[in-house]
Write a protein that binds this ligand. Structure first.
Ligand SMILES: Nc1ncnc2c1ncn2[C@@H]1O[C@H](COP(=O)(O)OP(=O)(O)OP(=O)(O)O)[C@@H](O)[C@H]1O
Ligand SMILES: C[C@@](O)(CCO)CC(=O)[O-]
Ligand SMILES: [Mg+2]
Length: 327
């Protein structure tokens, strides 16, 4: 039996646009998914007490074919189980063990569908734990590549390498197409996270941006403008010019909002943080609901968010320089 863990992330800049080849800078945070894998004779048994589908919790056991005994629609269940099923397919391929069976147990500190990269963290940790269980040790980079294949499969071919690379190697990273690298010297940015208790489905939100881009040239321009914001942001990354970094986060949020991936509660948390003096604030991840990230080195945004209607919890996020690791 092997347990591995991998961190979630926030996007300083660049989500969504990164799917179309623009650069993005996600940062791993000290919130982890832990996955325990045990080899069994055949099939797949998955336990996750964190898995919530539209307000109810299930512990499911499935072989990827049969359906767990819960009252949920087929598409919802498919969305819920797709990541783990595809991760196990990658493990079987990596270990050249097509018939390997697993019992997988998931425990995660990362809220689901909230923009903190729960899917990437679960997939990265699952691939590490289950390959080690079969006696195969993959490098973090190889795990990142396989985890990306999983996200691409579940998100209907539309995913970037950003979440999975960040979760696998930790720290702040820069991803542009297939070019994935660590960004040194970023240090611990004063991130404050506000969470509305809700969720958005990454695959659906990505598909929405894709159709806007196809329909309107100005939506394609908006995606390119996000890339420009990221390139500008990179010039101050690693300096103490948090004001400029914050202004660019604000700009990035406006562009994401134009692409239709913000929500009323994300917008009100963003404004609450800004009104309290945060240097910048934006949604993080796919959007639709979930989390915002603000830059504030005082306690003011944290306190203001606590009293913001629609904000369910608020916390500081420390940069996690560790990526995937065996526990
Ligand atoms: N603790 C968990 N147990 C089981 N499955 C999980 C768990 N955490 C995440 N998942 C899987 O990841 C899916 C959520 O992934 P999704 O990409 O929509 O959101 P996210 O990764 O949290 O946010 P984002 O991609 O915006 O950063 C869940 O539906 C589920 O399939
Ligand atoms: C929305 C998106 O850019 C980030 C989700 O955390 C999707 C992806 O990069 O695969
Ligand atoms: Mg995800």
């Amino acid at each position: 039996m092997v347990t591995s863990s991998a961190p979630g992330k926030v996007y300083l800049f660049g989500e969504h646009a990164v799917v179309y080849g623009e650069p993005a800078v996600p940062c791993a945070i000290e919130r982890r998914a832990r996955v325990t894998a045990r080899e069994i004779d055949e099939g797949l048994r998955i336990h996750s007490e964190d898995l919530q589908l539209d307000g109810f919790t299930v512990e499911y056991e499935g072989d990827g074919e049969g359906r767990p005994d819960v009252d949920a629609s087929e598409p919802l269940l498919e969305a819920a189980m797709g990541y783990v099923n595809e991760a196990v397919a990658q493990v079987r391929d990596a270990a050249d063990a097509p018939g390997a069976g697993f019992e997988i147990r998931i425990e995660s500190d990362i809220p689901l569908g909230a923009g903190l990269g729960s899917s990437a963290a679960v997939v990265v940790a699952a691939i590490d734990a289950a390959t080690r269980e079969l006696g195969v040790e993959l490098s973090p980079e190889a795990i990142a590549e396989r985890a990306y294949q999983v996200e691409a499969a579940v998100q209907d071919g539309e995913a970037s390498r950003a979440d999975t690379f960040c979760s696998a190697v930790g720290g702040a990273v820069r991803v542009e197409g297939e070019d994935c690298r660590t960004v040194d010297g970023v240090g611990n940015l004063p991130f404050v996270i506000g969470y509305d208790g809700g969720a958005g489905d990454t695959g659906t939100l990505v598909a929405g941006v894709r159709s806007l881009r196809e329909e309107y040239d100005f939506a394609a321009d908006t995606v390119r403008a996000i890339g420009d914001v990221v390139r500008e942001g990179e010039s101050v990354l690693g300096t103490d010019d948090y004001e400029t970094l914050g202004d660019l986060m604000d700009f990035n949020h406006g562009l994401l909002s134009a692409l239709g991936v913000s929500s009323r509660s994300l917008d009100s948390m963003v404004w609450a943080a800004r009104d309290a003096g945060a240097m910048g604030a934006k949604l993080t991840g796919a959007g639709g609901g979930g989390c915002i990230v603000a830059l504030d080195d005082t306690e003011d945004a944290l306190t203001a968010l606590k009293y913001t209607p629609g904000c369910e919890s608020v916390f500081r996020a420390e940069l996690d320089t560790d990526g995937v690791r065996q526990e």
